[in-house]
Design a binder for this molecule. Structure first.
Ligand code: AMP
Ligand code: MG
Length: 706
């Protein structure tokens, strides 16, 4: 079985602190759903992201090949000496029991390597460490080693030019460190997925999930040319290798001609010796591109005025999630987006308990129709103070709300319905079996999915996740939304000496606050005058700090519309003339692969376009899926006639009678109307002749998440 729906390539890292960008963890993917390379700051984050992908593939009945650029085994003789078995996977388990690697990348790899060296004669095989680390069993230089009696390279490494030995732990090409930490993490994946996962070549390649090792430098001749279009070299490597392996004849690559005992003990590099075949695969045109396509925002030829719904559909098709996964304490999860389905670790309630203060007994032991008189046992059951023994048949126990039902109790009578002298309790019938009790797991059972991936966590979700035993939740990292204002007339902030021709930047504070309210990470990119050099510098800076940029001003095709001109000349721009009032020009562009949404300069139009277009776009990129605002039919408190051909949004609010009134002016420069409004009335694309009392669609700002 060599068909895989997805090929993932993981460029692993041995960093001791969280890090993004070059020399951190990158995951490339090719297959049915090809996405841009993902970057992860920590190993824990990367493994969580990987598990999300593997879980969803398994749920969809798909197969995944995950290849890591670490060594899976060591030169012959090592595994047997260390573990007693000539088996690379025994080394994984040995390491998993000793390696510590916390969520901030702090780890003990040098200490563990020193411990391994103590199992071998002489000094070695591992070497390399930060100077000043007091580890006498781990030499600082390779040349200091002696008498270990192991080869430097594995058989497979002799086929790969430039491969570094597994023994080297420090400085350039220290695959050794990456492998020590990686094998420990992969042992965890093996344990988590059981028979659903096999490790190649030791266990074959037939399971739904197959882990393999590969070598990122296999495609070096193609990397230099491609590198420019990626955030860094590592991103280019994982992306191209994923593509090449996905296109390649994997059946051939997965059948190396090495003796089985070598494969089992040393492992094998997927693609070793097949560089030219893999390079050839890169020439095959790829169906699904790695990042947003250059022309992804283009409207078909001949489309002049784009209806709002068409624009939304195209935006939705062009974008995809771009964020990474991180773990946060549950109490800090409010507003974040769940990156994996959340599974209950315990039931709610964990055990059957009483819903009221009263008296508990076994229902089956009641005689006749009542009234009943039962002797009380000594003691009581209270929340947090379980009743020690069992309640004998025919007796009752004092029980308080939330107390676990003691053995012998399945029914509770409310204390207000009882008379008691402390030794007996009397109450009337009829009493239903299990009255006033809560069953174990009646709310949520252990093991069930209680919140789905993509859910934006609301306050009650934090209560639920905590009740169900989750101290941490995997969430998508916040989408970094840059906000840039442009225009020569625009001043950064209010000041006393502004000239009449100058205006204060009203859009930026508004857009930054909107991004924050939507749960993203706003990035203030400041203001740039209508000067291509300065706008270019602002975009270049944004490309390293943001996942998406909102600009305002300069987005149409006028003389001074420098943003549009720059993006057209140096990025990829599609200017959409949207059949929308207020709004019209909306520029969608890519700057070095960074999506840029160019909003109109006018604050009213900028606001409406943000709610209508940027909100679902950002939500999709942030991992919480496309959103459509909830509107309500309410009677109009205004009259308005409208021609067909464009959609209109009126600044509106509900009056005391619950009818929608609209702002007295539709002038798009009237910012005061935005403050006055509490929502928008949406008038559909066709003609309309609205008179008071007629239903109209009102969308409160809260429906836009504000
Ligand atoms: P533009 O889209 O650049 O043609 O600008 C349209 C209108 O919006 C002009 O009147 C601009 O002065 C105004 N404008 C542009 N940017 C801002 C801003 N950041 N704050 C307030 N008004 C702006
Ligand atoms: Mg302008």
């Amino acid at each position: 079985m060599s068909r895989f729906n997805h090929v993932l390539i993981v460029d692993w890292s041995a960093n001791s602190t969280p890090k993004r960008g070059a020399d951190s963890i990158w995951i490339g993917s090719a297959g049915t759903a090809r996405t841009a390379p993902e970057n992860h700051a920590t190993r824990h984050e990367a493994i969580a992201a990987l598990r999300t992908r593997l879980d969803s593939a398994l749920a969809a009945g798909e197969r995944v090949l995950v290849a890591f650029d670490i060594g899976f085994g060591y030169p012959r003789g090592f595994a047997a000496r260390l573990t007693g078995q000539p088996d690379a996977l025994a080394v994984w388990d040995w390491l998993a029991a000793r390696i510590t690697d916390d969520a901030r990348n702090r780890n003990n790899r040098f200490e563990v390597a020193a411990e391994i060296n103590r199992h071998f004669p002489g000094l070695g095989p591992f070497w390399g460490r930060p100077s000043g680390r007091d580890l006498p069993d781990l030499p600082e230089k390779g040349s200091l080693r002696h008498g270990v009696g192991l080869d430097e390279l594995r058989a497979t490494e002799t086929l790969c030019s430039g491969a570094h030995p597994m023994w080297k732990l420090y400085t350039t090409g220290s695959v050794g460190s990456q492998s020590l930490l990686g094998q420990a993490h992969l042992a965890g994946l093996r344990a988590a997925y059981g028979a659903q996962l096999s490790v190649w070549p030791m266990q074959g390649a037939d399971a739904p999930i197959v882990l393999a090792e590969t070598y990122l430098s296999l495609l070096n001749p193609a990397i230099r040319a491609a590198e420019q279009t990626y955030p860094c070299r590592d991103a280019a490597q994982v992306d191209l290798l994923a593509r090449a392996l996905h296109n390649a004849d994997l059946a051939a690559l997965l059948a190396p001609s090495a003796p089985p005992d070598v494969l089992r003990e040393e492992g094998w590099i997927l693609g070793a010796g097949a560089e030219s075949a893999l390079l050839a695969e890169l020439d095959t045109p790829d169906l699904v591109p790695p990042r947003l396509r250059d022309d992804c925002f283009a409207m078909p030829q001949g489309v002049n005025w784009v209806p709002v719904d068409t624009a939304l559909d195209r935006l939705r098709d062009a974008l995809h999630p771009v964020t990474c996964v991180e773990q946060v304490p549950t109490r800090a999860g409010g507003g974040r987006v769940l990156a994996q389905d959340a599974i209950a670790r315990r039931a709610n309630p964990p055990a059957a308990n009483s819903a009221v203060d009263g008296f508990g007994f076994a229902h089956a032991t009641l005689q006749g129709d009542g009234p009943y008189r039962l002797p009380l046992v000594a003691g009581r059951a209270a929340a947090g103070q379980p009743f020690g023994g069992a309640v004998p048949p025919g007796k009752a126990v004092r029980i308080l709300t939330g107390a676990i039902l003691p053995e012998g109790v399945d029914t509770v009578v409310l204390e207000e319905d009882c008379a008691s002298d402390g030794a007996r309790v009397a109450f009337d019938g009829p009493v239903k079996p299990r009255a006033n009790t809560r069953k174990a797991g009646e709310d949520v059972r252990a093991g069930g999915v209680f919140l789905s991936q993509g859910r934006r966590l609301a306050p009650p979700d934090l209560a639920l996740a905590t009740a169900l035993g989750l101290p941490q939740l995997p969430v998508f990292s916040r989408l970094r939304v840059g906000v840039l204002s442009t225009g020569d007339e625009v001043l950064d902030a209010p000041c006393a000496d502004a000239a009449d021709y100058q205006i204060f930047d009203a859009n930026r504070p508004m857009l930054l606050d909107i991004a924050r309210r939507w749960g993203h990470a706003p990035v203030d990119l400041g203001h740039a005058p209508d000067n291509p050099e300065l706008i270019r510098a602002a975009f270049d800076a944004a490309a390293t700090r943001c996942d998406v940029v909102l600009t305002s001003g300069g987005a149409s095709a006028g003389d001074e519309d420098h943003v549009a001109r720059l993006l057209r000349n140096e990025g990829q721009l599609s200017s959409w003339r949207i059949a929308l009032k207020p709004g019209r020009p909306l520029a969608l562009a890519l700057w070095q692969g960074l999506p840029v949404i160019g909003l109109p300069g006018n604050p009213v139009a900028a606001f409406v376009c943000t709610l209508i277009f940027a909100r679902p776009a950002l939500s999709l990129m942030a991992g919480s899926g496309w959103t459509t605002p909830q509107g309500f039919a309410v009677p109009a408190a205004f009259s308005k006639r409208k021609k067909p051909g464009r959609r209109e949004y009126l600044r509106a609010r509900l009056n005391a009678a619950g009818a929608a009134e609209v702002f007295m002016s539709e002038g798009s420069g009237r910012i005061s109307g935005l403050s006055w409004a509490e929502g928008l009335v949406e008038l559909s694309d066709g003609a309309a002749d609205i008179t008071p009392g007629q239903p109209v669609r009102y969308i409160p700002f809260s429906s836009f998440g504000l």
